[in-house]
Write a protein that binds this ligand. Structure first.
Ligand SMILES: CC(C)(COP(=O)(O)OP(=O)(O)OC[C@H]1O[C@@H](n2cnc3c(N)ncnc32)[C@H](O)[C@@H]1OP(=O)(O)O)[C@@H](O)C(=O)NCCC(=O)NCCS
Length: 194
């Protein structure tokens, strides 16, 4: 992981995170500012990472995980003077590498076009709309990113014993070899497959 990311410690970083939050979420559709205490309460079930440039905090992201292993991205933000310079992408790349291919979801205000574009570029897809998500006049788009985990391979020593060629010649394979018209048209015999 890049050294300019640091895991937040809510006992020490509550006011730093609250300060970032108050600088970042200032638009009319953002949830109004929280107190430090409310911020810590909101983040207490989250993993939060702060991003620094020249030792100054310029962004953060936070996420939680439900019982089914779904990762919920709760927030990502970059302070205004540092936006549109690739920091948001760095935050997302760091987040995605940390969750190691698990399925993830998030909600975003439909007017938040910059964030929506970033999420779409990071592999999220829009899969819903919820009116009044937090209360009146608080609609949210629901976005999801499929998990990219590969199936776990069974170690060779634990796999069932392989049959020899003659033993594994099942009737199914014989039928495929002799009656599949596709095999005839592509001329499998010419590729060495008999
Ligand atoms: C959304 C946010 C995190 C993006 O961070 P950023 O540092 O400005 O984004 P980047 O410069 O890394 O851009 C990332 C990608 O998104 C695209 N993008 C970001 N904002 C965009 C905009 N307003 N219009 C078009 N594209 C945009 C960029 O083209 C870029 O694409 P690329 O990686 O292919 O070059 C930042 O704008 C922000 O903090 N906004 C306020 C808080 C917020 O809304 N957070 C999300 C909701 S929780």
């Amino acid at each position: 992981m890049a050294p300019n990311f640091r895991a937040a410690n809510l006992d020490k970083d509550g006011s730093l995170l609250n300060d970032l939050d108050n600088k970042i979420f200032t638009r009319d559709f953002d949830i109004p500012s929280m107190s430090v205490q409310e911020e810590v309460e909101y983040l207490k079930d989250c993993q939060t990472f702060i991003y620094f440039e020249d030792n100054n905090p310029v962004g953060f992201y936070c996420y939680s995980q439900d019982n089914d292993g779904l990762v919920i991205l709760k927030g990502v933000g970059v302070i205004p003077g540092h936006q549109n310079k690739g920091v948001g992408r760095k935050l997302m790349d760091n987040f995605l590498s940390r969750i190691e291919g698990k399925k993830s979801s998030l909600v975003v205000h439909p007017k938040n076009s910059g964030a929506i574009i970033l999420y779409l570029k990071c592999g999220y897809k829009i899969n819903g709309w919820k009116e009044n998500y937090y209360g009146d006049d608080q609609p949210r788009l629901l976005l999801e990113r499929p998990g990219t985990l590969k199936p776990v391979r069974t170690p060779r020593s634990e796999r069932p014993r392989q049959l020899s060629n003659s033993q594994s010649e099942t009737p199914h394979r014989k039928i495929l070899k002799t009656t599949n018209p596709h095999h005839k048209t592509v001329g499998l015999s010419g590729t060495g497959v008999k």
